[in-house]
Ligand binder design. Sequence first.
Ligand code: ADP
Ligand code: BMX
Length: 291
Amino acid sequence: MATLAIDIGGTKLAAALIDSERHMHQRRELPTPASKTPDALRSALQTLVAPLIPHARQVAIASTGIIHEGTLLAINPQNLGGLLHFPLVSTLEMLSGLPVLAVNDAQAATWAEYHACQDETSDMVFITVSTGVGGGVVSGGTLLTGRGGLAGHFGHTLADPHGPRCGCGRIGGVEAIASGRGIAAAAKDDLAGCDAKSIFARAAEGHAQAQALITHSAHTLARLIADVKATTDCQRVVLGGSVGLASGYLAQVQASLAQLPAVYQVAMSAAHYRHDAGLLGAALLAQGGHF
Ligand code: ADP
Ligand code: BMX
């Protein structure tokens, strides 16, 4: 019997069965409902996981938001259509009748990515640039989650005191500028109303404003990575999320970081497990009994 892994992001929900050899089966995806009330998320999760439950012995969830004592608390509710909190563990216990474990999505992805580079380092950081900007830290081989679950929330560190207000209430945070939602919110004129995916497509066609929006995000990420290097002395930074993995984005971040003094330089790579790092990391944590 496998682990049923679920990844709850601001844009998409994913689920898959992960066997004891860490192979993934029956991966499914649905859009994340944008609703203030928990019912829409509960019903989307039910649709997503129903066919997988009969094959699972436990459930492992990687979810956006601060995960504290099994509950999702949004630091930026705008990423979830205004939803502030959601009883993750009890909902999945009710839906599946199985034991359920839950952790923040970026922290889960960090743990999977650490397993892909642990021969080379015991100190690494993962950053997802997706609907929001999330992250996680492995220090001395240990995943830092923090007593309240907040560790690694790099998207909520300051990028520009004159920048836009984040849904968390703070002005000028990294997420408000660099995330998929941040890129889309800054779009004007013919790009107004476009999402980050279409802005990347327009940039590839040579659209000047689209290119400038992406460059602004990449520069913001590079400055964040210099701060992360200074605070953690990590040996590697791994980038994930659909914006982080988009063609040319990592190269722009690396080029921008290369302009900074040598002490802030750090090896960077794209997520080894691509869009599945959260699913795999949650399953790994559950299978290793790390919750
Ligand atoms: P989630 O936040 O649910 O984990 P993603 O990692 O897919 O989901 O991130 C969603 C964000 O990434 C959205 O802002 C979306 O517009 C953007 N996006 C999705 N696909 C691409 C792509 N191919 N290139 C650039 N941006 C993308
Ligand atoms: C936000 C925050 C983080 C999350 C990050 C990436 C919420 C709902 N989420 O900073 O907990 O890790 O976004 O999430 O406050 P994603 O949906 O972009 O993958």
